[in-house]
Design a protein around this ligand. Structure first.
Ligand SMILES: Nc1nc2c(ncn2[C@@H]2O[C@H](COP(=O)(O)OP(=O)(O)OP(=O)(O)O)[C@@H](O)[C@H]2O)c(=O)[nH]1
Length: 510
């Protein structure tokens, strides 16, 4: 092997490295003494543990194992065990073998794999306490029950739960929760597993009042918490196990580590200063994954902007009118609600097909036609899992003595989402429209409220928002452009989105 050595490598280092990683270390000549206590070069070379190890060789090994006495050059353990020493001739030469299937075979297997990472190894959960009050007719999911494969690998702790429910009921379990600071304030990220697909769906819970939660001071409102997360998962579970998976109360810190108790055992006390009937239902959004819009900042769609706008709106403090007891006092409570983030990339067709659809769109087809041309439906999403997550979080229940508010307010323009949630038994108290920020800006320019060209601050929904680059990302600003306008028009004209079409000739704000 010839080494191309970087300038900081001395000739002596390079020679030594050549020997350590070369094919025939036993022909090594003598080398100058090395005095460094810890020589990173030597450590790295030794850690590579063999002459031909690269990152592609993890599944390769020596045969027989290098520590076995029958291997030529191995340590002769027989002198420690008292067994007869193996003669040199009886030892096998060390051979370097691969445990991987041949590359061609492995690539063949990949080709056979499904195109759009559809679930192929689905593990139904045993039921948790996430049980809807009514079993209603559900909208069909993109994964049918009969297609499901039975249990297999890496099942979670849900295994331990007793079977009580019909197997076709969607069940979810919150596996972990943590606090994430965002430009709009803190959120609690919840990661869910379910018995329908093998995707990790998420809930972004906005409920900052929980951060000051302590056992003796009542919260303004009951916290938005996951029943399945707060449940006791096993008899062996320690307080630290619970805390690490997120079943804690308040804000976790080196000095504060208080495990939660199961939701059913928590008394639902609320602050007496709050008039329960005046509290609006929590604001929620069901959002579908969009790698291009949310991660890359694509301006073909408004997905990144919508995710940001949803978290921003849900985080806004809520002002409640005075109560008869305190007629002069307006009360402000922290914003509360959740974004249920479903891994249904590309309206359920997957990223691969969405990328192909974009090419068809570049050739003049709209987003609906492009999906159809690829053999997909215009929209292949289902919302059963979202509804199960909402139930697990205690959101969307009808009014009852235990609920402070009735139902949820849903941030969407998509009538399918509202209908699907209602079919799942989620009480939708109202729909809150999402007007694209670029359209709001155009409206503001048209009304003479802001100057074309904008400035460092713009007004969105009557509130001043700082402009930040990375338009579609969290904490970003408005997206605009020809592609986006086409997409938004199609949503309204072909997909029935409940959005007033904005005049196209109005100027953009740059
Ligand atoms: N197939 C396809 N999917 C797209 C395209 N542009 C965006 N998407 C996907 O469309 C989905 C957008 O979903 P949501 O953010 O839940 O919103 P929506 O259904 O448009 O409805 P709203 O709630 O009104 O925003 C995401 O999964 C995106 O990946 C496209 O051109 N083709």
């Amino acid at each position: 092997m010839t080494l191309i050595h970087p300038p900081q490598l001395s000739q002596s280092d390079a020679d030594l490295l050549n020997v350590l990683t070369g094919p025939n270390p036993r022909n090594a000549k003598s080398f100058a003494r090395r005095d460094a206590a810890l020589d990173p070069l030597l450590i790295a070379a030794a850690a590579a543990s063999g002459p031909h190890v690269t990152r592609n060789h993890y599944h390769h090994d020596f045969f027989p194992g290098v520590m076995m006495p029958q291997v030529e050059g191995a340590i002769d353990w027989s002198k420690f065990t008292g067994e007869d020493s193996l003669t040199k001739s009886s030892r096998q030469k060390l051979a370097y073998v691969s445990r991987q299937a041949p590359r061609k075979q492995r690539l063949g297997l990949l080709d056979e794999a499904k195109e759009n990472d559809q679930p192929d190894d689905i593990q139904p959960f045993k039921p948790s306490e996430n049980v809807p009050s009514l079993q209603r007719k559900r909208r069909s999911s993109n994964v049918s029950i009969t297609d499901r494969k039975p249990q297999s690998t890496a099942q979670s702790v849900a295994e331990a739960l007793p079977a009580q429910l019909p197997s076709d009921l969607v069940q979810v379990r919150c596996m972990a929760r943590t606090r994430i600071p965002t430009p709009h304030g803190p959120i609690f990220l919840h990661l869910y597993h379910n018995n329908r697909d093998n995707k990790e769906h998420l809930a972004i819970v906005v409920d900052p009042a929980q951060l000051s939660e302590s056992s003796d001071s009542p919260l303004p409102l009951p916290p938005i918490r996951s029943k399945s997360l707060d449940a006791v998962w096993s008899d062996n579970e320690t307080a630290m196990d619970r805390i690490i998976r997120g079943a804690y109360v308040g804000k976790l810190s080196p000095t504060s580590q208080l495990p939660s108790i199961p939701v059913t055992q928590v008394p639902s006390t609320t602050s007496p200063t709050i008039n329960r009937s005046e509290v609006p239902p929590p604001l929620i959004r069901i959002h579908s994954e969009c790698f291009t819009g949310e991660t890359v900042g694509s301006m073909r769609c408004d997905c990144g902007e919508q995710l940001d706008e949803a978290i921003r709106q849900i985080s806004q403090p809520i002002t409640l009118p005075p109560t008869p007891e305190h007629p002069q006092e307006f009360t402000t409570i922290p914003g509360r609600g959740a974004v249920i983030y479903l891994r249904q990339e590309g309206r359920g067709i997957g990223l691969l097909s969405k990328i192909r659809a974009y090419n068809l769109q570049d050739m003049g087809h709209d987003t609906v036609t492009a999906n159809l041309m690829l053999g997909h439906k215009a929209d292949e999403r289902g919302y059963e899992i979202a509804a199960a997550i909402l139930r697990d979080l205690g959101l969307g229940a009808e009014s009852s003595p235990n609920t402070v508010t009735s139902g949820v307010r849903v941030l969407t323009n998509n009538p399918d989402k509202v209908q699907a949630l209602e079919q799942e038994g989620i009480h939708v108290a109202s729909r809150v429209p999402m007007i694209p920020r670029s359209w709001q800006q155009r409206q503001a320019v048209a009304d003479g409220k802001i100057l074309e060209g904008g400035d460092a601050h713009i007004k969105i929904a009557g509130e001043e928002v700082q402009k930040i680059s990375g338009a579609t990302l969290i904490g970003g600003n408005a997206v605009h452009g020809e592609d986006l306008d086409k997409y938004l028009r199609t949503k309204v004209l072909r997909m029935g989105h409940m959005l007033p079409l904005w005049m196209e000739e109005a100027p953009f704000v740059h």
